[in-house]
Design a protein around this ligand. Structure first.
Ligand code: SF4
Ligand code: SF4
Length: 585
């Protein structure tokens, strides 16, 4: 069946250099001396180690538990002993290290008990869960956990499921050989994805420089009576980019801010489909992958390699020439030189290229940009690389974002065509890492500010609560004092006009006394007590030779004192005011 194909903008045609590694079939790489298995091998959360130094493990045994939904489990690639759980340098341009489980193989390569599952009898959730637990991730390079892409949208119907067999990067041939030799299992894996996502169409895109792979896939599709379409697409780098392949096969343009599922399309690599089938039908988690070993070597070839194999040991199998001075992981367009030969093969490793100056001559010095626009014409994402370069160089990172630097897939087309030999992609990587670093710093500062404001709010709240508590205590104290004063004032009236206590067991007779009367009585009692104290004090200070006051004089003095005390007693006073002793003037 013929299909209308679409073109994506830009793209380049570098020398493919693929034939060198296609002359021999896939072979299994021998057991390495040790396996260094990084726990973080996919997008998302870093799996937590579940083994310790000294543990004996079997091939396929869980060694790293997925951390959250967007994360995938990690397994022992062979049987042996855990000899370290430690930080090791990673196969990454940064050269940073990350936590790894190091296993010394016992040579038996003994599997865990493996169970074949009938996925048709399982719920979609159970299938996704099983794929996550089996560590299935995108093997085209993105290493996104596959189960996270296998939930159909509730709002947008799935129109097309795209299977990516384009393999557009020069030198890399592992997908080509996988399709040639293991097409049946690839197609069975595609069927699992189809059953979970229920698309209207399944399209398998393969670059037209791989006719053998396309033929093998077509034969497998027919043998399994599947309605999948194998579609040869023009060989043009980067046709294997997910967005570019979707564009070529469906005509749909996935905007930068959207996911392909928003347009009813989902995309998986052929190797991902293969590992999904192995996980379901054979109970095998992802412990190995196909890797092309090529470049400056005598025997380029594709190997089935255990995850964690040191790259240097793998490269030796292909007999590198003595002038090899480095290892590129990935292709020459998007790959990078690894920090050293000890770094391990990981799930994202599809190719190792032995580097030398003959294959990759040192670039002549960078020249000034002449604004020729060739980079913009080559960019498959319709960006303006020379503008991004200019602002990245000036460290004006805000401007690089205005020019959509995060839409750049670092495909390298712009650098490839630049007549001034400007390493544009390196500038873009630098700008992105600076923006991320600043974003991290800003988030940290925002977090600190939020924590400070929360603390201030808490301090204020505690202060208010304390003040309220003190006010309540003071009010209670005042009420208590008032009650005591009232009781004290009422005491002298007992037996006179307040109440008559029962003389016997007869029912008591209570005489109602008004509050005003009680207050009066209290005041009178206070006045009398004050007069008595004043008199006593005068007597105490009276000189011995002073004549006694006449009775009338004494009476007048007492009356004056009594009035003064009465005035003081009736004057308003605060509840907490201290009780000053009456003074004699
Ligand atoms: S291709 Fe190079 S020289 Fe030409 S505009 Fe782009 S960056 Fe400048
Ligand atoms: S590296 Fe980025 S800017 Fe350059 S061509 Fe590719 S997508 Fe465009």
């Amino acid at each position: 069946m013929l299909m209308n194909l679409f073109k994506f903008k830009g793209g380049v045609k570098p020398p493919t250099n693929k034939t060198q590694s296609l002359s021999l079939p896939i072979t299994r790489a021998p057991m390495p001396s040790r396996l260094i298995v990084p726990l973080h091998q996919s997008i998302g959360g870093t799996p937590n180690p579940v083994v310790q130094v000294g543990d004996k493990v079997l091939k396929g045994q869980l060694i790293g538990e997925a951390d959250g939904w967007i994360s995938a489990a990690v397994h022992a690639p062979t049987s042996g002993t855990v000899i370290a759980v430690e930080m090791q340098v990673q196969p990454h341009p940064s050269g940073l290290d990350a936590l790894c489980v190091v296993i010394e193989p016992d040579g038996k390569d003994e599997w865990i008990a493996r169970t074949s599952l009938d996925y048709a009898a399982m719920t979609p959730e159970a299938v996704r869960e099983h794929l996550q637990q089996s560590g299935v991730v995108g093997l085209g390079g993105a290493v996104f956990p596959t189960h996270g892409k296998l939930t159909a949208s509730k709002t947008v119907p799935m129109d097309e499921l795209i299977i990516n067999g384009a393999e557009c990067e020069p030198f890399i041939t592992c997908d080509d050989l996988l399709m040639r030799e293991r097409a049946e299992e690839v197609v069975r894996g595609i069927a699992i994805f189809r059953d979970l996502l229920q698309p209207k169409k399944v399209l398998i895109g393969i670059e037209d420089n791989k006719p053998e792979a396309a033929a093998a896939m077509r034969a497998a599709v027919n043998a399994q009576n599947e309605p999948f379409l194998v579609v040869p697409v023009p060989t043009l780098y980067p046709a294997g980019g997910a967005k570019q392949l979707i564009r070529v096969l469906t005509g749909k343009e996935v905007p930068a801010a959207k996911r392909s599922t928003d347009l009813g399309v989902q995309c998986f690599n052929v190797a991902t489909a293969y590992t999904a089938w192995r996980a379901i039908a054979h109970g095998e988690p992802v412990v190995s992958r196909l890797v092309t070993v090529t470049g400056n070597v005598h025997a380029p070839r594709n190997y089935e390699v255990l995850i964690g194999t040191p790259m240097g040991e793998l490269l030796q199998l292909a007999q590198p020439n003595p002038d090899t001075d480095g290892i590129i992981m990935g292709g020459p367009m998007m790959g990078f030189l690894v920090p050293n030969a000890e770094v391990p093969v990981i799930k994202a490793t599809n190719c190792l290229i032995a580097h030398d100056d003959r294959l990759f001559p040192p670039k002549a010095p960078e020249m000034p940009c002449i604004r020729c626009g060739a980079c913009a014409q080559a960019c498959p994402h319709e960006l303006q690389p020379f503008e991004m370069y200019w602002y990245a160089r000036a460290k004006n990172f805000g401007k690089t974002q205005e020019y959509h630097i995060f839409d750049c897939i670092e495909c390298g087309c712009c650098s490839f065509v630049c007549p001034s030999r400007i390493p544009l992609v390196q500038y873009f990587r630098f700008a992105k890492s600076e923006i991320w670093a600043r974003e991290r710093d800003k988030n940290a500062a925002d977090g600190a500010k939020a924590r400070f404001e929360l603390k201030q709010q808490r301090d204020e709240r505690e202060k208010t609560e304390k003040a309220e508590k003190l006010a309540r205590a003071a009010a209670a104290q005042a009420a208590k004092k008032a009650a005591e004063a009232e009781a004290a004032a009422a005491a002298p009236a007992t037996g006179s006009d307040e109440a008559i206590a029962p003389a016997s067991s007869e029912k008591p007779v209570v005489v109602e006394v008004s509050t005003v009367d009680a207050e009066k009585a209290a005041k009178m009692a206070t006045i009398e007590a004050a007069m008595a104290r004043a008199k006593a004090q005068r007597e105490a200070v009276k000189p011995k030779n002073t004549e006694a006051l006449s009775a009338q004089q004494q009476h007048d003095l007492d009356e004056i004192e009594a009035r003064r005390v009465a005035l003081k007693t009736t004057a308003p006073a605060t509840a907490d005011a201290p009780q000053a002793p009456p003074k004699v003037d």
